[in-house]
Design a protein around this ligand. Structure first.
Ligand code: NAI
Length: 242
């Protein structure tokens, strides 16, 4: 799919991987709806004001009504959404025996149910237009599990199943759906880790470093552009799970 003149919706687009994706798609001439729960910072607002093809919309992916409302507004303005990047996600880490049920439910509700909510709201329009590319951001915690992340890894593994089913249902009308499973990427999410833990993780990564948000954004672009890939999960982790 050629990115120029297309319309994209990126969830969690105000920071980290989401923001890198918004910037990369916008540079290719895509009109990008950057969505997130919270309002953009002053610096980010300046970027939005100076970039004619980036629009901010407030949207909580865990709230199906808020999702539908934003999707309806976009379709009213632009007729269709061609590209969806389900990127928004949260963590609430704790060993399973100490994890509260509400923390398990909250993470699954945002990461997995949220991805379902946005996909459901967008897919119909894509099927009608017989064109669409969806990229879901999973994690190596979903493919391999990770101690302390029962909630997060369950949600990210669920995203892989959701990706495959969306791909099977979508391909009948030329809509593709793929996932990316990033390893450790330098963002606010991993900035929470202590320096000691970061160093020990870096030592366990064959590439000896965390990935950059732009390296995930490049993979998003590749999966949108290549029209023969669907239902796949690409691991981008510097060799961590080899
Ligand atoms: P981040 O914490 O820097 O940004 C997350 C974004 O999601 C923010 O814009 C935030 O406002 C938004 N968000 C959170 N809850 C939301 C909700 N209910 N509705 C709408 N927006 C919401 O995260 P980062 O690191 O950029 O991660 C992006 C995605 O990549 C997430 O799905 C994360 O699980 C995944 N990932 C990140 C890795 C990493 O090492 N940073 C590794 C593997 C996966």
């Amino acid at each position: 799919m050629d990115l120029n003149q297309k319309v994209a919706l990126v969830t969690g687009g105000t920071r980290g991987i989401g923001l890198a994706t918004v910037r990369l798609l916008a540079e290719q001439g895509t009109k990008v709806y950057m969505t997130a729960r919270s309002q953009p910072s002053e610096d980010l607002q300046a970027y939005i004001d100076n970039t004619s093809n980036v629009v901010f919309a407030s949207m909580d992916i865990a709230d199906a009504d808020s999702v539908q409302q934003v999707v309806n507004q976009i379709i009213e303005t632009d007729t269709a959404i061609d590209i969806l990047v389900n990127n928004a996600g949260i963590t609430k880490d704790m060993l399973l025996t100490r994890m509260k049920l509400e923390d398990f439910e909250q993470v699954v509700n945002v990461n997995l149910v949220g991805t379902f909510n946005v996909t459901k709201a967008v897919l119909k329009g894509m099927q009608k237009k017989r064109q669409g590319a969806i990229v879901n951001i999973s994690s190596i915690s979903g493919t391999n599990g990770n101690a302390g992340q029962a909630n997060y890894s369950a949600s990210k593994a669920g995203i892989i199943g959701l990706t495959k089913t969306t791909a099977r249902e979508g391909i009948r009308r030329n809509v593709r759906c793929n996932a990316i499973a990033p390893g450790m990427i330098e963002t606010d999410m991993t900035d929470k880790l202590s320096d000691k833990i970061k160093t020990s993780i870096e030592e366990s990564i064959p590439a000896h470093r965390f990935g950059k948000p732009e390296e995930i954004a490049q993979t998003v672009q590749f999966l949108i552009e290549n029209e023969f890939i669907t239902g796949q999960t690409i691991v981008v982790d510097g060799g961590m799970t080899i």
